[in-house]
Ligand binder design. Structure first.
Ligand SMILES: [Zn+2]
Ligand SMILES: [Zn+2]
Ligand SMILES: [Zn+2]
Length: 270
């Protein structure tokens, strides 16, 4: 599996789009891995997770060819993951060389909002409703949506994706995993690569988004239940500027726990 991480910030970006706080100023000065955009990832060039408002920036920065994307999975409808208006840019006149079919997968809120945002000419796009804990065969990947604890009025999802010999847990905007998700993981899952939500850094809040302690507890529980292999890699991502931690600060916090810190443009290959 080739997992290309496109963005690693929380919804406002880091530095944040309108912010002059000291953390954002420091991130701007240092640049490099301290520059974080809104989240998305691509698996093996053809399967994309989420479609944030920074997608054009990702295309230009990492020289992406989005015409290869055949399958687009959505975690939920918060704007940092879901900017459907730009999907209209696949239409004739805006784009040439676009390939079909194009499949979009998400919860009912995702599909309802997409049907409002996509122009009628997009009738070649095929929608697929995702139900938590059902497994979907998407080309040669087995995708299982799991429940997050992120927003009480939407069924926000994380994904277990098995492809070839590699299993990925894609956990953005999860909060601490609900019991049903732990039950599924403890019964069914092995994980080679885990991405975990660390939006809140060292701040005390851990509902809706995890903080450092919640990430470490989650990793330990995955390990204690033999869901992780010895070779498995765990990454933290989706950082808010409010945590005031730069890339090097995050590495110092997580290195003793054998957890890596994701950054924009990171490619993980297994
Ligand atoms: Zn988010
Ligand atoms: Zn700021
Ligand atoms: Zn969210």
């Amino acid at each position: 599996m080739k997992l290309h991480i496109l963005g690693t910030a929380a919804s406002e970006g880091y530095p944040a789009i309108f912010c002059t706080c000291s953390h954002c100023q420091k991130a701007r000065q240092l640049g490099g891995k301290n520059i974080r955009t809104r989240t998305s990832a691509i698996i093996d060039h053809t399967l994309k997770i989420d479609f944030p408002p920074d997608t054009l920036h990702h295309v230009l920065r990492d020289d992406l060819d989005l015409t290869k994307i055949q399958h687009l999975l959505f975690t939920h409808t918060h704007h940092d993951h879901f900017y459907p208006e730009d999907l209209n840019m696949r239409l004739p006149g805006y784009a040439h060389g676009v390939q079909y079919p194009f499949h979009i997968y998400g919860n009912d809120a995702v599909l309802a909002k997409l049907s409002q945002s996509l122009k009628k000419q997009n009738d070649h796009v095929q929608f697929h409703l995702l139900r938590p804990f059902s497994t979907y065969q998407i080309d040669d990947a087995e995708v299982t949506p799991l429940l997050a604890d992120h927003n009480q009025i939407e069924t926000c999802l994380l994904f277990h994706i098995k492809k070839g010999n590699t299993a990925l847990l894609y956990g953005h905007d999860t909060g601490c995993f609900p019991d049903e998700t732990w039950n599924w993981l403890e019964t069914n899952a092995k994980i080679d690569i885990a991405l975990l939500d660390c939006t809140n850094g060292n701040l005390p809040e851990y509902r809706n988004h995890m903080n450092v302690n919640a990430v470490i507890e989650t990793k330990n529980r995955l390990q204690e239940n033999s869901i992780l292999f010895d070779h498995s890699k765990v990454y933290v991502t989706h950082f808010s500027h409010n945590i005031g931690l730069l890339h090097e600060d995050l590495i110092k916090i997580f290195q003793p726990h054998n957890i890596d810190v994701a950054y924009d443009g990171l490619v993980i290959e297994t």
